[in-house]
Design a protein around this ligand. Structure first.
Ligand code: MG
Length: 378
């Protein structure tokens, strides 16, 4: 399938985004023998089906819109992905529109990360997930050209990969809630989504059956700093490791107040997106949660992790609901972080890649070049 037909398929897909498109929509072969010396970008919508409804502080949903990307150079294909949970403000339409506006054929080398990122930012200032999809595909492609996985290129030791947390959220249906809690059994850390008005109930239900350490993500759901501090003390007595985004991202002074008093580290998520935000975060938070869909991909995520470390901050690596493509890309960085929350591929029912694995609760990287993924057969 040529690029124009591929995009046409993509746009058709955008119109019928409610029904997922099979992986074969990419067309065969994904690996051509042509040596163009040019970067060829292809993409298509792919809606992620969540295995359980996500109950967050401010919304509930059962699917996440996504776009799958391929960049081909000299017969080698790199895979990338954009995932667009609604609060990020991107959509299948916006990502396809952005990717359509790119002309990567002007670059003669897929290694020109700085130039390509500068170009992508010049095309539009935001569209972070769209940029991440290109960045991930470029990392996969260049790693394959070098014959090495990115953790090795960065000099990271895969033995130092952290445990990943697995996320649960409250469910009004006790059977559903029990099922969600049972699914956490293989994990060494469990991330509890809060801010729904049932926060203590959820932790108590979990603690009745498990003593696994938890971390808490309030998703900006606590709007009173005194109450937030009470919760931090209450959680500290219940084997909680840290609290993510307790209050509104605009409530910087209240968050700094909380950080001064909290027995638990306070981590920024919604507050920060990209590299320039890291220094601002240091004023009110103990650490940052880096996600590729916010940071525009691995190139800037790596810089963010290095900067946060140099500022004495904790570093957490998170993800959206994603296939194993974007999750495995993030996992390449995981040996340099304190905490990983890389369960996005486990939360969907229609993954289309084989990649990183969770073994005994720990992020485990495959010894494959690039980001370490292979497409699953359709
Ligand atoms: Mg979060």
């Amino acid at each position: 399938m040529d690029r124009r037909n591929f995009i046409k398929t993509g746009l058709l897909g955008a119109m019928i985004a409610a029904s997922p498109i099979s992986f074969s929509a990419f067309g065969e072969p994904t690996r051509s023998t042509g040596r163009s010396g040019k970067l060829n970008l292809r993409f298509r919508p792919y809606e992620l089906q969540l295995r359980h409804a996500f109950n967050l502080a401010r919304s509930q949903r059962t699917t996440t819109p996504g776009v799958q990307v391929e960049i081909e150079y000299d017969g080698i294909v790199g895979y990338g992905e954009a995932s667009m949970p609604p609060y990020l403000g991107e959509s299948i339409d916006s990502v396809c529109k952005y990717l359509n506006s790119l002309d990567l054929t002007q670059f003669n080398s897929p290694f020109a990360f700085e130039d390509i990122h500068e170009y992508m930012d010049s095309v539009a200032p935001n569209d972070r997930a769209a940029k991440a999809s290109v960045d991930i595909a470029l990392h996969d492609l260049t790693g394959k050209i070098m014959g090495q996985p990115w953790h090795r290129i960065w000099g990271l030791n895969p033995d130092n990969c952290p445990n990943t947390s697995f996320t649960i959220s409250y469910d009004e249906n006790p059977d559903e809630l029990r099922k969600k809690i049972e699914e956490t059994a293989p994990f060494k850390v469990v991330k509890v989504k809060m801010g729904t008005g049932h926060d203590k109930e959820l932790v108590e239900a979990f603690r009745r059956v498990s003593d696994t350490p938890i971390c808490v993500d309030a998703n900006q759901g606590w709007n009173d700093r005194e109450k937030a501090l009470d919760m931090c003390h209450w959680l500290a007595e219940r084997n909680c490791l840290f609290v993510e985004q307790p209050m509104d991202k605009a409530a910087i002074d209240d968050t700094a107040w909380l950080r001064e008093r909290s027995p638990l580290p306070i981590i920024a998520d919604e507050f920060l997106q990209r590299l320039p935000d890291v220094k601002r975060a240091a004023e009110a938070y103990d650490g940052i949660n880096i996600k590729l869909m916010k940071s525009t991909g691995l190139h800037e995520a790596y810089k963010m992790a290095v900067l946060a470390r140099s500022l004495g901050m904790k570093v957490m690596l998170g993800c959206m609901t994603e296939t194993s493509c974007a999750v495995s890309a993030a996992a390449q960085l995981s040996p340099m972080v304190d905490w990983a929350d890389l369960d996005g591929n486990l939360l969907i029912g229609n993954d289309i890649f084989d990649g990183m694995k969770i073994v005994d609760g720990k992020v485990t990287l495959p010894d494959r070049p690039g980001i370490g993924v292979v497409p699953l057969e359709a």
